[in-house]
Design a protein around this ligand. Structure first.
Ligand SMILES: Nc1nc2c(ncn2[C@@H]2O[C@H](COP(=O)(O)OP(=O)(O)OP(=O)(O)O)[C@@H](O)[C@H]2O)c(=O)[nH]1
Ligand SMILES: [Mg+2]
Length: 360
């Protein structure tokens, strides 16, 4: 209970002051006419003394705090700071409403950057959420620190596989992504770089000219080439090339939408000895199509990825998206039409830098 005493001219003035200071809940405990102390009080008319009380007054410290000039100054400063912050965001075309759930500006910048790289929204959300949970309030998350944390996280989420994992490598994927070109690059790499005996098989008999491309290559390099038309012939060809340390199998590109064609090709691979079935994906593929590709080709039981045509884009989110959607590791990246040079081993650091837009 808070009790206060007022000296006023009359009850009307007293009620006004009590309302103002103690609020509408205040009650008058006592009122009486009194003469104020001192000589001045003796000659002046008598005053009305009112004693009023309120049950739940403002806490002493609280009311003192609000009245405190230092507190008021701090509030004014904070308002100025907020105003500056809002106008800064507006100037950058980043309206406050766009701040994701009140997301810290630096974190939001990275969110936008990952989106620009066309990393799938669900992956961006997950990465940012992890950072928020792991580092909430512990350290000042500057743009640079967030970049380092993201790099670390990407290294964990991305997957690569060493080369030469199996004797047989089958190249599958949509049309025109660079399967035959990549096979030629690798045939040269294995022969020239590692001194291996390499054999080539083609089960590509759909497109006119497709076989010619490989035949010319085999003629120039002197590598044995077997052309097969049925799954049974594939078995025979594999036996014929059994002496090779590496057997590279080219397939006809299948339209992602033509499930019958994909299924037909998968029949060839049913009784294959353990092999690397490599899904070749162009880095220029749209995210939505990537989902379709990863699902529609699933019946082929592919177990590795190669990304081609990295030279034709400057957004690299597809590397992370592809690994995320398939759960599979990448072996190689290709970066141009030149055979054999435009190919390199997939490297976690290199891929992370590309996705973070830090260039290589
Ligand atoms: N820019 C660029 N072009 C590439 C790359 N790899 C292949 N290509 C080109 O892509 C085109 C198609 O290449 P192919 O190797 O015939 O593609 P494919 O997947 O075998 O095609 P299909 O057998 O018809 O399904 C050719 O012009 C290649 O030179 C690459 O890494 N970068
Ligand atoms: Mg081809």
């Amino acid at each position: 209970m808070k009790i206060r005493r007022y000296y006023v001219q009359d009850m009307k003035e007293g009620m006004l002051r009590i309302r103002e200071e103690l609020g509408p809940e205040a009650v008058i405990i006592q009122s009486r006419k009194v003469r104020l102390k001192g000589l001045k009080g003796f000659f002046a008319p008598r005053k009305l003394e009112i004693t009023a009380a309120v049950k739940k007054p403002l806490r002493e410290e609280e009311s003192d705090y609000l009245d405190n000039p230092r507190f008021q100054k701090k509030v004014r400063e904070e308002i100025v700071e907020l105003k500056t912050m809002v106008s800064r965001l507006m100037n950058k075309g980043l309206a406050p409403a766009e701040i994701h759930d009140g997301e810290q500006e630096e974190l939001h910048k990275w969110r936008l950057r990952l989106r620009q790289q066309e990393v799938l929204d669900e992956i961006v959300d997950q990465l940012i959420k992890e950072i928020k949970e792991d580092f909430s309030g512990e350290i000042q998350l500057t743009e640079e620190i967030i970049g380092l944390i993201l790099r670390n996280k990407l290294r964990k989420h991305l997957k690569t596989a060493p080369e030469k994992g199996a004797q047989i490598q089958v190249f599958i994927g949509p049309t025109g992504v660079g399967k035959t070109t990549t096979l030629a690059k690798l045939a040269a790499r294995y022969t020239l770089h590692f001194g291996e005996r390499v054999g080539i098989i083609s089960i590509d008999h759909y497109r006119i000219g497709a076989l010619e491309q490989l035949r010319t290559y085999a003629d120039i390099t002197g590598l044995p080439l077997e052309v097969v038309m049925t799954p049974r012939e594939l078995q025979h060809a594999l036996e014929k090339l059994a002496h090779c340390q590496r057997i590279l199998v080219d397939t006809a590109g299948r339209s992602t939408m033509n499930l019958a064609h994909i299924q037909e090709l998968s029949n060839y691979l049913q009784n294959l000895p353990p092999a690397e079935i490599i899904m070749v994906i162009s880095a220029t593929t749209k995210s939505r199509d990537l989902k379709l590709i990863s699902e529609n080709f699933r019946c082929m039981n592919y177990n590795r990825l190669i990304f081609t045509k990295l030279d034709e884009t400057n957004t690299y989110g597809i590397l992370l998206n592809g690994i995320y959607l398939t759960g599979l590791p990448v072996i190689y990246l290709t970066t141009g039409q030149n055979v054999p040079e435009d190919i390199c081993l997939a490297d976690l650091d290199k891929i992370s830098s590309m996705i973070l837009g830090e260039g290589e």
